[in-house]
Design a protein around this ligand. Structure first.
Ligand SMILES: [Fe+2]
Ligand SMILES: [Fe+2]
Length: 140
């Protein structure tokens, strides 16, 4: 049985079908990493899941950036900077693990969980509210 770190809740839905779907995939990947961490899976298993998580995160951020560009989101640069610093942090974790820490730590897991939830309910919710206000079709 997979122990979950994040239980997806409707409170995490921001009201854009594709974005919500992508956020759920991110939650699943973090849960998968957590499961590997709990069961002390081998280094290469953990690092493969971490890679998958980092790749998907970049894909998701790119998807959001396209929306921001398409609809001229005024906080695009600010939001992009927040994304970039998260990606740098995940790459740092990966390097630490590769350098011999050999496993993901509990602190890393908590950081990923808190960051994602806070980001969805903070910055991401903000752009949805803005596009709703602008009456952009795909957000209505
Ligand atoms: Fe997002
Ligand atoms: Fe975002």
């Amino acid at each position: 049985m997979i122990k979950t770190l994040i239980n997806w809740s409707d409170a995490y839905s921001i009201g854009h079908e594709e974005v919500d779907k992508q956020h759920q995939v991110l939650v699943e990947l973090i849960n998968k990493l957590y499961d590997a961490f709990l069961s002390a899976k081998a280094y290469d298993v953990v690092s493969e899941i971490l890679d998958e998580m980092i790749d998907y995160t970049q894909y998701h951020f790119g998807f959001e950036h396209e929306i921001f560009e398409k609809y001229s989101y005024p906080d695009y640069e600010e939001h992009k900077t927040v994304h970039e610093s998260f990606v740098m942090k995940t790459i740092e974790f990966k390097q630490k693990i590769a350098a011999g820490e050999k496993t993901v730590t509990y602190d890393i897991m908590i950081f990923l969980r808190d960051w994602l939830i806070e980001h969805i309910q903070g910055e991401d919710t903000k752009y949805v509210a803005y596009f709703k206000e602008q009456e952009i079709d795909e957000f209505l």
